[in-house]
Design a binder for this molecule. Sequence first.
Ligand code: SAM
Length: 232
Amino acid sequence: PSLHSQRHQFVVDFVRKNKPRKVADLGCGECRLLKQLKFQRSIELLVGVDINGAKIKKNMLRLAPLSTDYLQPTFDQLHIDLYQGSVTQRDARLTGFDLVTSIELIEHLILPDLELFSSVVFGYMRPANVIISTPNSEFNKLFPGLTGFRHSDHKFEWNRSEFRSWALKVCLDYGYEAEFTGVGEAPQELQESVGFCSQIGVFRRMNVLPNRFEEEVFFYTLVYSVNYPTLC
Ligand code: SAM
């Protein structure tokens, strides 16, 4: 399987194991991960957010119910909402989630925006679990001919220790704990020295304190909303 689908499969496996009810994918892009998640029976609310509204509109119909969903409902209850919005801004509709994912997004943020991302996701949304994936720069030497970043829009690519120190600072600031893993394996003899191609941090909230913000803000724009039929 492609690296892209391995990252998404990692999230699907996490969902199968932990059975979250409310899940949001930040930087949902082409809505491919959301499309896989809609088949997970534990999920009642599935939300996607992306700054690129045109990209959402082009791909949102991937999430539309098929006629077979009506004839033979297999969903107990599922509501999907897609928002155009930036992870640097707060929106009250994104609070109270069991799982928030951010797959290959943070490396597209300039550092001041990454600070905002941390405070929005860990300080304001405060989901029970967060999964973040980002390239591991130590793996880049296995890409023949690659000199700069893997993608021209990347603002940074971190090695394992840079990702770990960012993540541990976030944990300290916002009361989470993190485990580190990844997908995309190097040849056996290099696995320890270069690590995974995509590094993944799995964060767990350590307390149930709500966020410290009092006013309700709504910075995101709803672009798609669908209810799946319920079983009677
Ligand atoms: N997560 C998807 C995946 O796994 O295929 C897409 C990854 S793509 C490399 C990064 C996505 O993040 C793009 O769809 C981009 O529009 C979105 N993005 C970039 N900056 C953003 C921001 N500030 N807020 C929300 N989404 C953002």
